[in-house]
Write a protein that binds this ligand. Structure first.
Ligand code: ATP
Ligand SMILES: Cc1cn([C@H]2C[C@H](O)[C@@H](COP(=O)(O)O)O2)c(=O)[nH]c1=O
Length: 214
């Protein structure tokens, strides 16, 4: 049976993740792979309800982090783990690196507490201890906040995060950098400040180099 494949997509708001997730799903399906496209926070009826609260209601950083991890636990157990057990490819628009980047670096919430929650929530029967469930690959769309803001300007009504000032996104971007530096084998950094076609070529090349795309 084909081994499951878990790929997350990360970056500040407007970095271009959504644009390329569909392209990768199509490329994998064209090669005969079953693909589950999903997102965080969200991906299950319960987690989507938590998403609506987290993205719209004011709350303190601990409450926000707990909602993200509560949504993640439900999503992992209901969607991601069953899909990986079937041998599917799971393409997830954001995962735990977003919590470290947004709630940790962006809001300034305690990284040690987040690390404890990560260990708790991502402990699953299919992964032998002391391991936890992590993406096999994280594609990080690295883009300067000023460029991302230009791309998003007027595109949609901004939610609670998208309304944050550029200084917040500069911290979030640095948070992604720190996560990537701590686990370089898992991260594929893509320069997102290029035309769409060039960004896609880099995504495709990175996956091919790792043997994840034929
Ligand atoms: N390489 C690119 N050059 C110029 N514009 C782009 C590029 N990639 C995406 N865009 C545009 O930028 C906007 C944001 O892209 P997209 O929705 O893919 O970002 P995202 O990272 O998924 O954002 P969010 O996390 O806020 O949902 C869209 O209008 C999209 O068409
Ligand atoms: C998983 C996760 C997400 N966020 C933030 C990041 C974004 O601003 C929104 C999700 O919106 P998108 O359009 O689907 O990218 O939520 C966060 O702060 N913490 C997280 O763990």
């Amino acid at each position: 049976m084909t081994r499951g494949l878990f790929i997350s997509f990360e970056g500040i708001d407007g970095a271009g993740k959504s644009t390329h997730i569909d392209a990768l799903a199509a490329a994998l399906r064209a090669r005969g792979r079953s693909v589950v496209l999903t997102r965080e926070p969200g991906g299950t009826p319960l987690a989507e309800k938590l998403r609506a609260l987290a993205l719209n209601d004011p709350m303190d950083p601990l409450t926000e982090a707990l909602l993200m991890f509560a949504a993640r636990r439900d999503h992992l157990l209901q969607v991601i783990e069953p899909a990986l057990a079937r041998g599917d490819a799971v393409l997830c628009d954001r995962f735990t690196d977003a919590t470290f980047a947004y709630q940790g670096a962006g809001r300034g919430f305690d990284l040690q507490v987040l690390a404890g929650l990560e260990r708790w929530v991502q402990t699953v029967p299919a992964v032998d201890a002391p391991g936890i469930r992590q993406p096999d690959l994280t594609v990080w769309f690295d883009l300067a906040p000023a460029v991302a803001a230009q791309r998003l300007a007027g595109a949609r009504v901004p939610d609670k995060f998208e309304s944050q000032p550029q200084a917040f996104f500069a911290r979030v971007a640095a948070g992604y950098g720190a996560r990537a530096a701590a686990d370089p084998g898992r991260f594929l950094r893509v320069d997102a400040d290029q035309p769409r076609e060039a960004v896609w070529r880099d995504v495709e090349a990175g996956l091919k180099q790792r043997g994840l795309l034929a």
